[in-house]
Design a binder for this molecule. Structure first.
Ligand code: SAM
Ligand code: SF4
Length: 480
């Protein structure tokens, strides 16, 4: 891995924030459309697994012609296959509570929205949700909360511990959280509960736009949010996830700022973010249609491809905010994690309302944060991935074996993926197929496993094949 910390400004000593809007805007404005030669030069740097500088990232983001964009898409797809292999890690969001004291203009949970139905799961309801998710075969969850005094670090830590303790028709091995920024002590409390990733989105890295869409509440403080991941890392949280809500500001600007934020963390802590997310704004309760600017699919695809190329070792998350067919295409550009079987209604996985989709197949947006575009079940999503030759992975081995943070960055090289990620993806898929998949999907899944086994080096293949035999015979939790 090539790591060039000296290239990235380490903030604070000068009091200058690490996101400098003027710098980003200047780089994006420079020189118009890049030439083919200039684009090729940047793609070559990325192919050697260098992180891209902001100036290089700007070159790719300025590409507008279909020909240039096609070059970028192909390079991103190739890098994804090399670095992450053909595996897609699967998780599910679990909304625990939607009380909120903020007024984010885009969110159905905002305090001023009187139509929102407020729910916080009681421990027995949380248990029921987790049992349902386990019975579907989920292994990795992200718990989500609004920002409210009820959701203290202690309450968050208790919920995390409870989720780990539930043993129904399976087990949750990794609990990530998406919750409001905490102080360093608060992050220590939640870290001690054994969280996987702490994820938080800056929403927009443009301070002026940020002020417009966050009119009141604690979240109005741009800097408190921007420095949340620094505090999390100072408190010893190894894996952090950053993101921007796409559609609030200029998407090119947000892409640049995400790269800067990733580089900042790496410069300060020796390890970059575990994941980057780029949710696009969807309809929400009380949100006028057209209230936010649409980012079209082609621009959105370029944003993902450029992030893949700029930060090759960071996971990219694509959520069910995107419709099925688009998701299937975007996965090839560098996405490494997706949510599947997602339901947003609080209590919706286990409730009798039909898993969050009310009668008539439509969501009740007053009970949910935003409109979902991909409402497939977990097994349907797994089935589509298998048909596309991707390995759905339920792997949580790195977290369970202590390979997080610095170690994860250190290991997430091509050799590491080959040695651990692909085999563990196959083993966890096999367990899923045996325990949770319908019969027809099971046989298709095993055919995929057999075909992917051939790409593994011989010695390792023998090891994986015998683990697969044990899984067929009923052994579980076979991880390398
Ligand atoms: N309350 C916490 C916070 O604000 O950080 C948790 C966040 S919220 C439950 C998870 C994320 O959903 C937000 O950070 C935002 O990016 C995204 N989100 C909010 N409204 C949305 C909408 N209408 N469409 C798509 N994503 C949305
Ligand atoms: Fe509250 Fe988070 Fe929604 Fe903002 S995005 S209103 S903080 S739940």
């Amino acid at each position: 891995m090539i790591f060039e910390p000296q290239k990235y400004a380490i903030p604070d000593e000068s009091g200058k924030p690490f996101i400098d809007p003027a710098e980003i805007r200047t780089l994006l404005a420079a020189n118009g459309e890049p030439s083919v030669a200039e684009t090729e030069r940047v793609l070559a740097r990325s192919a050697e697994l260098h992180r891209l500088t902001l100036a290089e990232t700007a070159v790719l983001l300025r590409a507008r012609t279909p020909e240039l964009r096609q070059m970028i898409f192909e390079a991103a797809g190739e890098l994804k296959r090399r670095v992450y292999g053909e595996r897609i890690v699967i998780f599910a969001p679990l909304y625990v509570g939607n009380r909120c004291t903020n007024n984010c203009a885009y969110c159905g949970f905002r305090a001023s929205n009187r139509e929102a139905v407020r729910v916080t799961l009681a421990p027995e309801q949380l248990r029921a949700e987790v049992e349902t998710l386990e019975s579907q075969g989920q292994r990795r969850l992200i718990l989500v909360w609004g920002e409210h005094p009820d959701y203290s670090p202690r309450a968050i830590a208790d919920a995390v511990r409870q989720v780990y303790s539930v043993r129904g028709a399976g087990r949750i091995n990794r609990v990530n959280i998406n919750a409001a920024p905490l102080d360093t002590e608060g992050f220590r409390v939640v870290r001690e509960a054994g969280i996987g990733t702490y994820q938080i989105f800056q929403e927009t890295y443009d301070p002026e736009r940020y002020a417009e869409v966050h009119p009141s509440g604690r979240k109005r403080d741009f800097d408190w949010r921007l420095t949340a991941l620094d505090r999390a890392m100072e408190a010893g949280v190894d894996d952090v996830g950053l993101g921007a809500l796409v559609g609030l500001g200029d998407w090119r600007y947000e892409a640049m700022a995400l790269v800067r934020h990733a580089n900042h963390l790496e410069a300060c802590f020796g390890v970059g973010p575990h994941t980057i997310s780029f949710p696009r704004i969807r309809s929400a309760s009380g949100l006028a249609s057209g209230a936010f600017r649409e980012v079209d699919d082609e621009d959105f695809a370029l944003l993902i491809a450029v992030l893949r190329l700029a930060v090759p070792y960071t996971g990219l998350i694509l959520t069910a905010r995107e419709p099925q067919q688009l998701r299937d295409r975007l996965i090839g550009l560098g996405v490494s994690q997706i949510d599947a079987g997602t339901r947003l209604e609080i209590g919706g996985y286990s409730s009798s309302f039909g898993a969050g989709v009310a009668v008539g197949g439509r969501q009740d947006l007053h009970r949910e944060q935003f409109e979902l575009m991909d409402t497939r079940s977990l097994s349907e999503s797994v089935s589509t991935l298998i048909d596309a030759g991707q390995i759905p992975s339920f792997c949580t081995a790195c977290y369970r074996k202590g390979r997080t943070g610095e170690h994860f960055m250190e290991f997430s090289t091509r050799g590491f993926i080959k040695r651990f990620c692909t085999p563990n993806a196959l083993l966890t898929l096999a367990e899923y197929l045996e325990d949770y998949a319908p019969a027809e999907l099971r046989s298709r899944g095993w055919r995929l496993i057999d075909s992917k086994l051939t790409s593994i080096d011989e010695g390792l293949r023998r090891e994986v094949s015998s683990a697969l035999e044990l899984i067929r015979a009923g052994e579980r939790e076979m991880l390398l």
